[in-house]
Design a protein around this ligand. Structure first.
Ligand code: ADP
Ligand code: ASP
Ligand code: MG
Length: 450
């Protein structure tokens, strides 16, 4: 095996259709160091499968299935020898049909994961064919053989030790034979049932496999040529960041920069593997290098936005018993497996948002009736929905003077619902009404980055 070992991950838009798959194949073949390819489902397919998994009536099922078939057939129809792979994809589609009939009768998280995993299974099968057509043989590998997770369906956690072992015994020997094409996002639990790592989880798969293989680099190929100072869809004048540290990029991902799944950088940091982010549509444009250290880390690095945040304000019912109130609140949240995201407190009340990072594959709400009932027995609960979390990511923010004025000075007329500053020197976060979010990001970007 050659010295360099690159794990390359291609997102949904990079395998959306035949042309996109060929561009991604160009990227793979341009670098002989690329030995393992991790793929997402073709763009749109996971969403369609999630809808099917929610349980649909026959007519709707047929419609959704047609949509999935249309996306995959558009690729098959452009292959020089489509026969073999068409049969194989047809079998996968039959499976999807059967599973979505089952979901219409009774949904379950296990069934959902089984169903949505078919997107990655199909895209990876098709990509092997695209490579074959380019006279570049590769092996299709079922990642579930090595990606052993717990059975927390929809948001499963990999077992790192087992993964490391299985990668060495099952995957590494195959990589000595040929280029391997495998699936992101999916895994399997001890009993062999399929699990998923949460939406956007293919980035995480690539990083985990990269770590287990002691890769020299992890390449994340997407539809933007790197990590920008903010989402270029919200601010077209956002600038590409050429080099960024693991910590800064992890903060961005945690606070909503969709370009990387929040957990992606954990394996990379642990094993000090640089991550490159670039566009498969325009590889010549270069990208962002995420690594251990950068030259002159700036005070303000980036802005991130996380939508659909729910704020809970809890007022103690009895001021005399306010002591121990927070401990009790945290106890209840822990019993419901919820971690707190942002928090501010006053003497007899506490305001907090629920941590939705790495949300489940179906996006079910964390705020259950059972949780509300239990909290209500302790305190008066107010729930505010449709807020947006704006995060300014930077370095030594809490040690710098004048940050408050720079940030809040431009937000005249905006209702700041909650502010968190000081616990981390890497970020300043606040909540604003959802409808103001983009305007706030645009104004702040103009003021701090342009
Ligand atoms: P993929 O399907 O390849 O995983 P995603 O849609 O998950 O792609 O992530 C890429 C998208 O992330 C971009 O199209 C962009 O709109 C969004 N994004 C959000 N914040 C940023 C940022 N700071 N820099 C670059 N892209 C960002
Ligand atoms: N296909 C999955 C999703 O849409 C995983 C991924 O794309 O990373 O969430
Ligand atoms: Mg993604």
């Amino acid at each position: 095996m050659s010295q360099t070992l690159i794990v390359a991950k291609f997102g949904g838009t990079s395998v959306a259709d035949f042309a996109a798959m060929n561009r991604s194949a160009d990227v793979v073949l341009a670098n002989p160091g690329t030995r393992l390819v991790v793929l997402s489902a073709s763009a749109g397919v996971t969403n369609l499968l999630v809808t099917l998994a929610e349980g649909q009536e026959q007519m709707q099922r047929a419609y959704l299935l047609d949509e999935i078939r249309r996306i995959q057939y558009a690729i098959i129809d452009q292959l020089a020898q489509p026969e073999i792979i068409r049969d194989e994809i047809d079998r996968v589609l039959e499976n999807i049909t059967m599973l979505s009939e089952a979901a219409a009768l009774a949904t379950s998280t296990a069934l959902t994961d089984e169903l949505v995993s078919h997107g990655e299974l199909m895209s990876s099968l098709l990509f092997v064919e695209v490579l074959r057509q380019r006279s570049a043989p590769s092996l299709w590998f079922d990642v579930r053989k090595v990606m052993r997770t717990d059975d927390h369906f929809g948001r499963a956690e990999p077992d790192m030790a087992l993964l490391a072992d299985l990668v060495q015994t099952q995957l590494a020997p195959r990589m000595a034979e040929a280029l391997i094409v495998t699936q992101g996002f999916i895994g399997s639990e001890a009993k062999g049932r399929t699990t998923t790592l949460g939406r956007g989880g293919s980035d995480y798969t690539a990083a985990l496999l990269g770590e287990a293989l002691h890769a020299s680099r992890i390449d994340i190929w997407t539809d933007v040529p790197g990590i920008y100072t903010t989402d270029p869809r919200v601010v077209p004048s956002a600038k590409r960041i050429d080099e960024i540290t693991f910590e800064e990029a992890a903060e961005m991902a945690t606070f909503g920069a969709k370009v990387l799944h929040p957990a992606t950088l954990m394996p990379a940091v642990r094993s000090d593997i640089p991550v490159f982010v670039g566009s498969s549509r325009d590889p010549e444009a270069g990208g962002t290098r995420v690594c251990n250290q950068t030259q002159n880390p700036p005070l303000f690095r980036a802005l991130a936005l996380r939508r659909k945040q729910t704020l809970l304000t809890l007022h103690s019912l009895n001021m005399l018993h306010a002591r121990g109130f927070l401990a009790e609140v945290f106890n209840i949240l822990a019993r419901h497996s919820i971690s707190v995201d942002l928090i501010t407190t006053s003497e007899v009340s506490v305001a907090l948002t629920l941590d939705t990072t790495g949300s489940t594959s179906t996006g079910t709400s964390l705020l259950t009736q059972a949780l509300l009932t239990e909290l209500s027995s302790l305190c008066r609960v107010e729930v505010e929905e449709n807020l947006a979390l704006v995060a300014l990511i930077g370095n030594k923010l809490s040690q710098a003077a004048g940050v408050g004025k720079e940030v809040f000075g431009v937000l005249e007329g905006v209702n700041l619902r909650l502010i968190c500053y000081g616990a981390s020197s890497y970020n300043l976060c606040f909540l604003v009404p959802g409808q103001d979010a983009e305007k706030v990001i645009q104004k702040l970007h103009r003021n701090l980055f342009e």
